[in-house]
Design a binder for this molecule. Structure first.
Ligand SMILES: [Fe+2]
Length: 245
């Protein structure tokens, strides 16, 4: 594979296409009932492997480190018991794909990633999961988790953004390499961290109805496979259609 397919549908299995057309009851409108959904068997395994290899070859050199650690003042500046506050901590490498003149954007364009994440079927798949109309213009980002990379507990709430303050939807295409032993998504429901889901998938689709509390555990490599232990995430962000809010 030298390019991503023009349409997201061309990465999908027959089962994935049935989901896309709304014919899978577990997938259609899944985010109306919950904040998170993980779908297996929707993406063709061989194509997922080829897509990951393409990202490794063409996008890995252009990733930027994103690191926000635990501020020491969160302990040293604490004056009252049980009053600790934690910012959104994270360590991951990323390509934001926001500025069209950036090197990462141009590389993503050359391998067809920009086109696929702007395709009708990428958008329609997210809309099918959301179960409500989404804004056709989506944001996009690529994340690459290596050993020890994680995201601490956070909500992804954006109350200062008028178009996102009432919530929005993220859809992830996960392309994990064989060197990854495990990585988990932990998320809250009913006021407690309750759910633990495996996100170490080679061609998995997950979707999030934000905001809600969640975190991603540090990626752990298989022994001796640290260099190849990478989990790629192609992320689409979708606001709700103006008329549907
Ligand atoms: Fe998040």
């Amino acid at each position: 594979m030298t390019r991503f397919p023009r349409e997201f549908a061309d990465l999908l299995t027959r089962r994935g296409r049935r989901m896309l057309e709304g014919g899978d009851v577990a997938a259609a409108g899944a985010l109306q009932g919950g904040h998170f959904v993980a779908l297996a068997g929707a993406v063709d395994a061989a194509k997922a492997q080829a897509a990951r290899a393409l990202l490794e070859a063409r996008l890995a050199p252009l990733l930027k480190a994103l690191a926000q650690g635990i501020p020491p003042e969160s302990i040293t500046g604490q004056t009252r018991n049980h009053q600790e506050r934690l910012i959104k901590t994270v360590r991951v490498r990323t390509a934001y794909l926001e500025r069209k003149r950036s090197r990462a954007w141009r590389a993503a364009e050359r391998i067809g990633l920009v086109a696929m994440t702007g395709s009708d079927t990428w958008y329609r798949f997210a809309e099918m999961l959301a179960g409500r109309a989404l804004d056709r213009r989506s944001g996009r980002q690529v994340l690459c988790y290596g050993p020890g990379d994680y995201a601490g507990p956070h909500t992804d709430h954006h109350p200062e953004d008028a178009r996102a303050r009432d919530g929005y939807v993220d859809m992830h295409l996960t392309l994990a390499g064989p060197g990854v032993a495990h990585q988990w998504l932990v998320y809250a429901e009913g006021g407690h961290f309750r759910h633990v889901r495996d996100v170490n998938t080679a061609g998995g689709i997950t979707a999030y109805r934000l905001p809600f509390w969640h975190y991603t555990t540090p990626l752990v490599a298989r022994p001796g496979r640290e260099k190849a232990a990478r989990r790629w995430v192609v992320l689409g962000t979708f606001r709700y259609a103006a008329s549907a809010r």
